[in-house]
Design a binder for this molecule. Structure first.
Ligand code: AMP
Ligand code: MG
Length: 349
């Protein structure tokens, strides 16, 4: 019988090392090619003035042009501004002019229903019927003359405000206003517009990331580079610039909104008169709060509850709003800060 030649164990080992080495080098080459071919995610920014404020869209996509996404989102924001702005020619302006509307569309129905529900939840601290007050004080537009109205004027205006002056029938698609009430969705529409603009982007690219900021109402499109949080600064309400930040919030998704007395105001005899009204007095709210920040499930809810939290003030504000999914951070006149339980979770890196 012929004997098989004996294999040298050293050469066998050498072959194996050579093979593994070859595999390793090929893997490195392959990874390098993949790495350099993949373009790093870049963010595109677009800023325009809508809804009485600057709206910034920061978006990135690995499948389509972020410019296209930002443009589609901005068009959506403009559509909502036109439709729901009390000063524009949309459905709310028509309702305020005629006092009633039949067959309202689903979107209008949703927004009115949401606003009324939040008004009920906050016992009227959020009130979507304050347009006569907004106009009287000159806060309806940047160009309107701002002034302190007489007591008589405020009393008269209060005769046409209050969310109980709205009748809304969802099934009939009917809404009517009594006593000359007029709708002002300024405390909720920015947030709703951000939500709709995000939905628009997601319909075009579900994997897109970024955020939309409408004057401090921020909705997340997706985490930064797909896995990092967006860092949102809570502005010092008495700071010189937006860069002056008191607190940080880390958001992977969801929304945060701030209502502050520094957004629109005038000062007379050392008193600051701002645009967020106490629906009971008809005066700018004096709850001791100078800014209210709310983390919420949607930008619309964060927006509306931030306006409400500003009016409600410290005690009930931070304790009962979480019941409606609104986590609150209040900055008070003396610059002290209060948070509802759970808010701090969003402040940890
Ligand atoms: P925001 O900037 O979101 O706090 O909203 C403030 C805007 O909402 C004002 O400019 C008014 O148009 C309107 N507004 C003022 N006071 C209230 C209130 N108590 N409830 C609801 N909307 C309000
Ligand atoms: Mg608001």
């Amino acid at each position: 019988m012929q004997q098989l030649p004996k294999r040298n164990p050293n050469s066998l080992l050498r072959n194996r090392i050579f093979l593994y080495g070859l595999l390793f080098v090929s893997a490195i080459i392959l990874l390098t090619i993949v790495f350099f071919r993949q373009k790093p995610l870049e963010y595109y920014d677009k800023t325009e003035y809508h809804l009485g404020t600057y709206v910034t869209i920061r978006v990135s996509s690995s499948t389509m042009s972020p410019v296209t996404l930002a443009e589609a989102a901005m068009t959506e924001i403009k559509r909502i501004d036109d439709k729901f702005g009390s000063r524009n020619n949309g459905v709310i302006a028509e309702l305020n002019r005629t006092g009633e509307l039949h067959d309202i569309d689903k979107e209008t129905s949703f927004l009115i229903r949401s606003a009324l529900e939040i008004a009920r939840n906050t016992s009227g601290a959020f009130d979507p019927t304050l347009y006569s007050l907004t106009r009287l004080w000159g806060f309806d537009d940047a160009s309107s003359k701002k002034r302190i109205p007489s007591d008589k004027e405020i009393e008269d205006a209060l005769g046409s405000t209050g969310f109980s002056r709205v009748t809304y029938d969802e099934e009939l698609g009917y809404v009517s206003l009594v006593d000359g009430a007029m709708i002002d969705l300024g405390g909720i529409a920015k947030g709703y517009a951000v939500d709709m603009a995000i939905a628009k982007i997601k319909s075009l690219d579900p994997e897109a990331t970024g955020f939309i900021d409408a004057g401090g109402d921020i909705g997340v499109i997706g985490p930064k580079y797909g896995n990092r949080p967006w860092i949102v600064g809570v502005r010092n309400p008495r700071g010189e610039s937006v860069q002056d930040v008191l607190e940080y919030i880390y958001l992977y998704d969801g929304a945060v909104a701030t209502s502050g007395d520094y957004e629109r105001f005038f000062i007379e005899n050392n008193v600051r008169y701002h645009h967020i009204f106490d629906p009971e007095t008809g005066f700018p709210s004096r709850s001791g709060v100078i800014s209210a920040t709310v983390i919420g499930k949607s930008t619309m809810l964060a927006d509306a509850y931030a306006t409400a939290a500003f009016v409600i003030g410290m005690e009930p504000g931070v304790t009962f709003l979480p019941r409606f999914g609104a986590l609150v951070l209040l900055v008070m006149e003396d610059m002290s800060i209060f948070r509802s339980p759970g808010f701090e979770v969003y402040q940890e890196k």
